[in-house]
Design a protein around this ligand. Sequence first.
Ligand SMILES: Nc1ncnc2c1ncn2[C@@H]1O[C@H](COP(=O)(O)OP(=O)(O)OP(=O)(O)O)[C@@H](O)[C@H]1O
Ligand SMILES: [Mg+2]
Length: 504
Amino acid sequence: MTTSPFLIMNNIEKAFNGVPVLKKVSLTVVEGEIHALLGENGAGKSTLMNILGGVHQPDHGSIQIKGLDVKMSNPRVSQEQGVSFIHQELNVVADLRVYENMFLGSELRSKLGFLKVEEMCRQTSEILSKLGVDINPKEYVRNLETSYKQLIEISKALLHKSKLIIMDEPTTSLAEHEVKRLFELMRNLKKSGVSIIYISHKLKEIKEICDTYTVLRDGELVGTGSIKNENLDTITKLMVGKSISQERLIQRHSFGPVVLEVNDLSSQGLYKNITFTLRKGEILGFTGLAGDGRTELFESLFGYRKKYTGQIKINNQLVKIDHPRKALEAGLALVPKDRKENAIIKDLSVIHNMSLSSIGHFEKAGFIQEKKEKDRFHYYKEKLNIKVHNPRITIDKLSGGNQQKVIIAKWLEVDTDIIIFDNPTQGIDVGAKHEIYQQIVSLAEQGKAVIILSSEAPEVQKVCHHIYCMYQGEITARLKGEEATEDEIMSYATGSKREAANIG
Ligand SMILES: Nc1ncnc2c1ncn2[C@@H]1O[C@H](COP(=O)(O)OP(=O)(O)OP(=O)(O)O)[C@@H](O)[C@H]1O
Ligand SMILES: [Mg+2]
């Protein structure tokens, strides 16, 4: 393997509306290395990559590929230079089929100009199967789970036989199992001389897969070096500017009455015989792989999916929820995963995105009480360290993680008895993650009942009283949060182990 630099970015500067977000940032990536790009939410990681990918132009600075100056004037130029970009916000087209997404803009055609559909499907299947994904290449992307969409986005980059692949938080929707497969693939790419820039807030992943790192803080380069020589605490400190509390969250151990009772719920092809209860003050976790059915299960509870058998009781009353509005009236809130598709309203300001679901709190005689709204916003801005200069700008101008923080804040304000969070800390930096867990625990302390759906075992271990593992639509185990080990959770979630009947 050679060690010559494939990429050098030199003193890159960038400002948006006069606010500098990158200040003389340099980055060198050697051939065949996996380089971690680290930093808190809003540090400038995606912006730097958008400059490399030709999405944004730098105000100053230069880029060299293999020693030659290049100007990445648009994404196509960047791709021609051998750079592929897996975007943080998924970039797949819902109304196209899987293979059409894969070959969008580079369709295979016969000499006569006909599309070679079967050949594209074959290549699509080949790459997907390397990632361990079994989906029909002709399936419409809109019908797929988020994690599959993410896997398609990754496969798309692999198809182009690039020399440098930018992975901007590629694993936010993936379960451990899928992450392992991706890492295997990354190691193979590395062997063949491909370089990877890897952005993630999951430090365990960084330690496992990356060779080198660069840390940004508030748009400035604060450190770079070899991962092996550094321990993760040092790197975290560089990112956050302080040490992160590792303390376990303190939880209550006595609960109130049952508020939610789910009895033998089934929906064909999605989930089967689901039975569990949730009590006031309790936090339950549901975890599993892609296709485990947990998202669909809770979508049914919330009235997004109507076809199911079995019973749902809220506060001892049998309910049949056929519309999300009814769910809210019955005291149930669902924080959807995948903020881009389900949660944010792009053209609305940051502050209004936050107050949207709890507008009643800020309203008096038909008027929004702006001061109260602003005070709550500032409370969360500080608590969750939301980086925003002006809360009146549209939310799409925030970094991915900061958008997510606003969404979480919005739901922390909602006053329902039961709150379900689907993948709540997607893309959140290590510092704010702990703060969000803390906020969730304090909701339970105030007597709310909480359910967390997550593909990250450490997340459910940390905050949940009980963990339900699901595999292919069925509950395979109910474990005590504080006792469950990651390996145990994994073996139930991959279906290699299963508890005796009558879980629930
Ligand atoms: N199009 C834009 N207009 C205005 N400001 C922007 C725009 N894109 C990014 N910013 C700002 O630039 C800063 C850096 O954002 P960036 O998306 O690069 O952060 P990041 O390090 O990728 O964070 P995260 O981990 O949350 O994804 C943020 O303060 C963000 O609000
Ligand atoms: Mg980003």
